[in-house]
Design a protein around this ligand. Structure first.
Ligand code: WTA
Length: 673
């Protein structure tokens, strides 16, 4: 047991969990952690032994260079090994194991009466059919397939079908606009797009195919290469639900290019030989916002990602055979990739796959689902917790949540108030809350408690996972010891770290390795307390975290600046009760343009259309001028302070024109957030 020096309140792991846990106490964690750093070869070899390798590795478990001054940055895991991720997460359980009849997914649709149970055997056969369809469409190893689907089983089938034939999937969150989708398809140069006719989000019917068509049109205009085939899932829930709805849905169709999913898979065989891939061949690309320029295609590869998502899932959620796991994230984000698709399946787990929203058709939906499937491990985001907290304890009391054993949080710092509510009201005070810190780039959890081992402090992501060696640096790159606050960096790789930015290795090096040679730079600030616990303090770069979704201020500013009335725009974050952070934008208009309510609405719509509804600004302030340094740089710190209603703006002596600030303060948006 760690004895806190700080006097902070700690929550020890529950004894019943410790009895059969994989890592049953803090000393076991420390011993394993030591081993993972002192002898990574032996540590990761043992993990790899659980998987199937067509050809064994000839190289070490990990090789790398993190120091840009010494040459190109690279990470390699298990050189020489050949395997297939899909084979490992499906065939290994069905053909070589005994999990064929075990439930892989309990799919629960947007409407509570749409549901489906899918066993491992069914999953394998559907994945094979889809793989054969993709092959027929001409998809080969190394080709990219873009996926723009709601949270339906076909999304998982397609990802695994790609993995099976060695194609690289590029999933785009189905809430993104046609512009964002088009940009991502063009960046990946995908040969095929897989989408659906439509989806209900709550009560709203969204015509996905139409958005997809607009995106493809934009790609054609910009890129030389265009998507040859588009596979379209007929969302059956849509048809069942009111003929009226499906009548309203006009599915635009290009007979040369578009193929209905159901017709294609019905004609395809349900067996497909997996393609054996080198350990370092790509598995997928997932785009994440960059602080400058276009989104980055984060590239993950085969062996390392498999080992890492599998191990983090097993230990962080202390997975056991009879668990029912539920991660509420969308697969369009990394959390869904790692902890809905790959991590749980690699462990032969049963998961809930949920299409809907937490408040539809009622605010107890999450709790209803936990009761319905007897969920034991529940993984969600602070923004959802804060949203549900507002409805108080009543919606919870109608449901039996006694199946829950472990709760998890991800995506942004969890404020202690939300942590306490999650722990008490949802977990009945019995379930540890694993606050997992990680990124699209890290592939899996990097700072996280282990539920039966780590005494918790609400709001702290606690300690590093196995193989992860964090450090805290100051602005000059000096490493800080003991209690400290600064840049959170990692000194060495773990198997699941990204390998590159797709088609842009230079950007990979510049973004993550240039600032402090020898370290991977997360872009987050952190504090290490007296007891050695890590606390994430938020992004240090120009990134924002709205409802757990990372976005760049530059992207939002670029969207605003496209409006003919806007001369210049600056976006900053402002704390928000539910979303964590929201967007507060300042716009300077061109001469003779008037700021008005309708212009404000137009600007909000523009950002929605360019990026997606998650990026809709909460506030737009008319700024006759922006505060700038004498060299012309916008002083975002000051804008942030104005947006946050702070009175003391600190040192403004570097401003070219201090009067600008007074004006902005006097006109700031006052609405409560
Ligand atoms: C933030 C999501 C505090 C952080 C998995 C990080 C967190 C960014 C936490 C990555 C946490 C994620 N505590 N902050 N537990 N988890 N973040 O790439 O700023 O969508 O850099 O990956 O989310 O967001 P991404």
């Amino acid at each position: 047991m760690v004895v806190p020096e700080s006097g902070d309140k700690m929550y020890p792991p529950p004894a019943d969990l410790q009895r059969d846990a994989h890592v049953p106490d803090f000393n076991s964690y420390l011993a394993l952690y030591r081993k993972s750093l002192d002898d990574p070869e032996a540590f990761w070899k043992e993990v790899a032994d659980d998987f199937f390798w067509k050809t064994p590795a000839t190289g070490p478990m990990l090789q790398y260079n993190f120091d840009v001054t010494k040459g190109s940055v690279y990470v390699k895991c298990m050189e020489g090994a050949r395997t297939n991720v899909c084979y490992n997460v499906l065939d290994r359980h069905v053909r070589d194991g005994s999990l064929g009849e075990k439930v892989a997914y309990y799919w629960e649709g947007n409407s509570p009466d749409n549901r489906e149970t899918i066993t491992y055997r069914q999953l394998l056969s559907r994945v094979c059919r889809c793989a054969n369809v993709l092959k027929l469409m001409g998809v080969k190893k190394g080709d990219r397939v873009s996926i723009y689907l709601p949270m339906i089983p076909e999304l998982v089938y397609t990802m695994l079908a790609c993995a099976r034939i060695g194609a690289i999937h590029s999933v785009v969150f189905a809430g993104f606009s046609s512009e964002s989708l088009g940009e991502r398809i063009a960046d990946a140069q995908s040969a095929v797009l897989v989408t659906a006719d439509g989806v209900f989000r709550g009560e709203k019917l969204i015509n996905l195919k139409q958005i997809a068509d607009e995106a493809l049109q934009k790609c054609r205009e910009k890129a030389s290469r265009s998507v040859a085939k588009c596979l379209v899932v007929r969302h059956h829930a849509l048809r069942i639900r009111a003929g009226a709805a499906s009548n309203k849905l006009q599915t635009p169709w290009d007979p040369e290019r578009d193929v209905w999913w159901d017709e294609a898979v019905a004609a395809a065989p349900d067996e497909c030989e997996p393609e054996w891939l080198d350990a370092e061949e790509p598995l997928f690309i997932l785009h994440t916002s960059g602080s400058t320029g276009k989104p980055k295609g984060v590239l993950h590869t085969t062996a390392g990602y498999l080992l890492y998502t599998s191990l983090t899932f097993k230990y962080v959620f202390d997975h056991h055979h009879d668990d029912v796991f539920w991660c509420t994230a969308d697969i369009g984000w990394i959390t869904g990739h790692s902890y809905i698709t790959y991590g749980p399946l690699a462990n032969g787990a049963s998961s809930v796959l949920f299409e809907g929203t937490p408040v539809h058709p009622h605010v107890g939906r999450f709790w209803e689902i936990i009761e319905k499937y007897k969920v034991t491990k529940f993984y969600t985001a602070p923004t959802a917790i804060r949203l549900l907290m507002r409805y108080g304890g009543e919606p919870l009391q109608k449901y039996d949540l006694s199946s829950l054993r472990i709760l998890g949080s991800v995506g942004e710092p969890i404020n202690p108030e939300a942590w306490q509510w999650f722990h008490e009201a949802v977990g009945g005070g019995r379930c540890p809350v694993v606050d997992t810190f990680w990124q699209t780039e890290t592939g899996g959890h990097v700072l996280t408690p282990l539920p039966a081992a780590t005494p918790l402090k609400p709001g702290s992501a606690t300690f590093p996972f196995f193989g992860v060696e964090p450090a805290v640096l100051n602005e000059s790159g000096e490493e800080l010891e003991g209690e400290a606050e600064g840049y959170l960096v990692f000194r060495r790789p773990w198997p699941g770290i990204m390998r590159s930015v797709y088609k842009n290795h230079e950007r990979f090096e510049n973004t993550y390795f240039k600032k402090f040679p020898g370290f991977y730079v997360t872009g987050d600030g952190c504090r290490r307390d007296k007891d050695g616990y890590y606390w994430i303090t938020g992004r240090i770069d120009d990134m924002l975290n709205v409802s757990g979704h990372l976005m760049s201020t530059a992207e939002v500013e670029a969207a605003l600046a496209e409006h003919p009335a806007v001369a210049e725009a600056a976006a900053v974050s402002r704390p928000h009760r539910v979303k964590g952070e929201c967007l507060y934008c300042f716009v300077t208009l061109k001469e003779r343009r008037e700021f008005s309510r309708s212009l404000e609405d137009e600007l909000k719509t523009l950002v929605r259309e360019k990026i997606g509804p998650i990026a809709t600004p909460d506030f737009i302030q008319n700024a006759p001028a922006l505060p700038k340094t004498r060299s012309g740089k916008i002083m975002r710190r000051i804008l942030r302070q104005i947006a946050r209603n702070e009175e003391d703006l600190g040192d403004v002596s570097t401003l070219a024109d201090p009067k600008v600030v007074e004006l902005l303060i006097s006109q700031r948006c006052q609405a409560a957030a």
